[in-house]
Design a protein around this ligand. Structure first.
Ligand code: UN1
Length: 502
């Protein structure tokens, strides 16, 4: 009997509806290409338009719901997420591929973000400042922006949408959510939880489909006030340019080429632990993954031999096997692309120490696996040291001093995350001052950010916004400055209350 596949629809104005295009696409398990997770709406511009209309209509009611009441719903979402953590994590692993322990971390990050949001509505603070004039009051209040377009990636299928969904909704906006087309099923499961928690119809709409038809449709729509996008710098640049045409606010979380400095006084075992986790955790598919090691020449030989030994022993396999450390890449295209970068490294004369090819032994051939790869002899300007690979490929650069290490680290057009391993507090603080990244870890990996702190990068990694913590709430609100004059007469700032020669 043919297996029946579940269909994943769009949620528009509180109703689950088929796409007006009549088209569908499949979401498949990256560890087993024969496993179809779901059949998903392949939407088009009419679907986007219907969703924006619904969100626009719902905005008038939602913005007037007191923010603490909006937050109460987020508290309920947090509770349902806790109750469903295992179920969601299993679906996440099946659809995206990351190992189950990390899938639980991904979902837990959503729980943390929801719990933060559950209190955030009581802290949507403005400020009061004295006026220069008598009998006049000055303050700021926050106002929602309208309809927000949230476009999320596949690598953190619940955590990253959560960083966008919770603050935008608590701030009083309504939302069109376009999840990555590699992870639509888990995104749908997340949206169903908001629905179940009592979010009014039309406040959160999901539209599935491709970046061109749906993503750019949302970006270009005149009734969408804001775009939040996480993905590659190339796509981010296109979206930001489009937003620039109508001066639409956009928040961009983009590419990275994150480096860890291993100084000559580093705890080498710790540095190796952190490098393995940073480079090969999530199969290297984190924006903040470690893709460069900048190691002091004095400790290089010892560090590298331990690192390569560990990399070779990592167990690859389907993420739902609890003993597996490295899951598949997300799709066939990623394997091809990662391999092209590796071939480029070999051609450039970088020295391949381990890995360097798709992993196809036994069951692995059913999915999109790639061997953990380490390259030595990489120079700061080499392709492998400059381009974001987004796979399990680590490039090692050798330096002779702290200053050279910082210069190598900063020799990148990206500025996501960095780390330094040293026992010298002076070097640690100089790194805090001198690195050109949005995040710095001292004696830890380049990954592992916590949801309640700002998260974002410098240079071509973004455009200055920070998700996470309190700063996410600034992305999704307008500041309105209010002056209340209770003097009963016209008072002119900068003119009255001043003598001519003052
Ligand atoms: C990402 O880097 O793509 O900081 C997101 C971390 C996770 C989120 C990573 N909390 O490693």
């Amino acid at each position: 009997m043919p297996k029946t596949t579940s269909r994943y629809l769009n949620l528009i104005g509180g109703k689950w509806v088929e796409p007006k295009t009549g088209k569908w696409f499949e979401s498949r398990n990256p560890a087993d290409d024969g496993d179809v997770v779901g059949e998903v709406a392949k939407s088009g511009p009419d679907d986007v338009d219907a969703a924006v209309k619904a969100a626009r209509k719902a905005f008038d009611g939602w913005r007037l719901v007191p923010a603490p009441k909006r937050s109460e719903i987020m508290g309920r979402v947090a509770q349902i997420l806790r109750d469903r953590k295992e179920e969601l994590s299993q679906l996440l692993t099946r659809e995206m591929g990351k190992v189950i322990e990390e899938a639980r971390g991904d979902v837990h990050e959503s729980i943390d973000t929801a719990a933060y949001a559950a209190g955030a509505g009581t802290r949507l603070m403005g400020e009061t400042v004295p006026s220069e004039l008598e009998n006049k009051f000055a303050m700021t209040v926050r106002a929602p922006m309208g309809v927000c377009g949230l476009i999320s990636p596949w690598n953190f299928p619940t955590a990253i949408p959560s960083w966008k969904l919770f603050p935008s909704l608590v701030c009083g906006n309504t939302v069109i959510f376009k999840p990555a087309s590699d992870t639509p099923c888990v995104a749908t499961a997340l949206v169903r939880i908001f629905e179940e928690a009592g979010l009014p119809p039309g406040v959160l709409n999901i539209v599935h489909g491709g970046g061109g038809d749906v993503g750019m449709g949302i970006v270009r729509h005149p009734d969408v006030a804001l775009i939040s996008f996480t993905g590659s710098s190339d796509v981010g640049r296109t979206i930001a340019a489009e937003c620039g045409k109508s001066l639409k606010r956009c928040s961009m979380e983009l590419g990275g080429k994150n480096g860890s400095i291993v100084m000559d006084d580093a705890d080498l075992e710790l540095a190796v632990d952190g490098s393995i986790w940073g480079a090969f955790g999530t199969t290297g598919q984190r924006c903040t993954a470690t893709s460069r090691i900048i190691v002091h020449e004095k400790v290089k030989a010892e560090y590298l031999s331990r690192l390569v030994d560990r990399a070779k022993k990592l167990k690859l396999g389907p993420g739902n096997d609890e003993s597996v450390k490295v899951g598949p890449l997300v799709n066939a295209g990623r394997v091809k692309e990662v391999h092209e970068w590796v071939e480029r490294g070999v051609k450039d004369g970088n020295k391949l120490l381990c890995g360097g090819r798709p992993a196809t032994n036994g069951n692995l051939k059913k999915g999109w696996f790639y061997e953990p790869t380490v390259f030595d002899n990489v120079k700061v300007g080499d392709t492998l040291a400059q381009e974001e690979i987004f796979g399990p490929v680590l490039s090692v650069i050798t330096v002779k001093s702290f200053d050279e290490a910082i210069a190598a680290l900063n020799n990148s057009r990206y500025g996501w995350s960095a780390s330094i391993y040293t026992k010298d507090v002076n070097r640690a603080f100089r790194a805090i001052r001198d690195v050109e990244t949005g995040i710095l870890y001292v004696n830890s990996s380049t990954i592992g950010a916590e949801n309640h702190l700002p998260f974002g990068g410098m240079k071509e990694t973004g455009n200055g916004h920070r998700e996470g913590g309190w700063t996410a709430y600034d992305i999704y609100s307008e500041i309105r400055t209010v002056y209340v004059d209770y003097s009963g007469k016209l008072q002119r700032a900068q003119i009255d209350n001043r003598k001519k020669d003052e």
